[in-house]
Design a protein around this ligand. Structure first.
Ligand code: COA
Length: 254
């Protein structure tokens, strides 16, 4: 894996979207233990209620990655961040109020945790493990718009899983950027994968303006798909994927 450790940097230009990635299965037991100390008492109490090992691991790594990542962009120590959530469960920064309007979104799946950050933009990120065996043609009509189902059926068999997970991660990234969960209708918007970057269209089941959204999709590993949704004008975004092991020092300065 192309793992790199990046130096602390505090700048986040307008339109810049940094997606920090951690391979959750490759983190040492010592580091994982230290991540527990980064959590607030509430976060720790919630985390202890996870009993299934993989979601438990992903949740822990996501908390550490989020706190360490935010502290790269603001003079706030990782343990000091406070979070709140909207009525649909989307978390956001509640304090301390940083100098810039930092926004974030988290996604985790088997083997991969992602934290996307941007300044003053609505953002959503989704990662999925594509190594799962799924009957994609059977599943598609219950989660995709008719145009997406048709595109999937037309795809060559060898490309179908790739097309399926592209639609899936893009739809999730959009839903997550809106922050309204499944109150948004999955068949109310559709993606077109034919251009350089994915394009979205809406119908009256999910009214929105396509021109205010930009999307990118990636294959960060051989077994993971990732998509990012950003509310920004066309060609105005710069997305960077950054591999990192979250720093294990809970009291280190940002
Ligand atoms: C709540 C939802 C965000 C869960 O998404 P998911 O794919 O299961 O999980 P992900 O790992 O990508 O995201 C989970 C993270 O999103 C964040 N999140 C929670 N609610 C959110 C919301 N309403 N909006 C944005 N982000 C949200 C949280 O940080 C959460 O992680 P945490 O609990 O560890 O803090 C939501 O999109 C959902 O339930 N989707 C249903 C999945 C589905 O049927 N998809 C159809 C295919 S298109």
């Amino acid at each position: 894996m192309n793992e790199q450790s990046f130096a602390v940097r505090r700048g986040l230009a307008v339109g810049q979207v940094d997606v920090w990635l951690a391979a959750s299965d490759e983190i040492s037991a010592d580091d994982l233990r230290s991540y527990e100390r980064l959590m607030s008492p509430d976060e720790h109490a919630r985390w202890t209620r996870f009993v299934v090992p993989k979601p438990r691991l992903q949740h822990l790594v996501a908390r550490a990655l989020l706190r360490r990542t935010l502290s790269r962009y603001a003079e706030v120590a990782p343990r000091q961040w406070q979070f709140d959530a909207n009525t649909y469960g989307r978390p956001h920064i509640a304090g301390p109020t940083p100098a810039c309007d930092l926004r974030f979104n988290i996604s985790h799946t088997d083997g991969l945790v992602a934290v996307a950050v941007a300044k003053g933009l609505e953002i959503g990120v989704d990662v999925e493990n594509v190594a799962r065996s799924l009957d994609v043609l059977q599943l598609a009509p219950s989660v995709f718009a008719p145009a997406e189902v048709a595109a999937l059926e037309l795809a060559a068999e060898r490309d179908r899983a790739d097309v399926f997970f592209s639609f899936w991660t893009l739809k999730e990234a959009y839903i997550k950027a809106r922050g309204m969960g499944l109150s948004l209708k999955l068949d109310g918007f559709a993606f077109d994968l034919s251009g350089t970057h994915p394009r979205i269209s809406f119908n009256d089941r999910c009214p929105d303006d396509p021109s205010r959204w930009q999307f990118r999709r990636y294959l960060p590993t051989a077994t993971h798909a990732l998509a990012v949704a950003v509310s920004a004008p066309e060609n105005a975004i710069d997305v960077r994927l950054i591999w990192v092991v979250p720093d294990a020092q809970p009291d280190a300065s940002p």
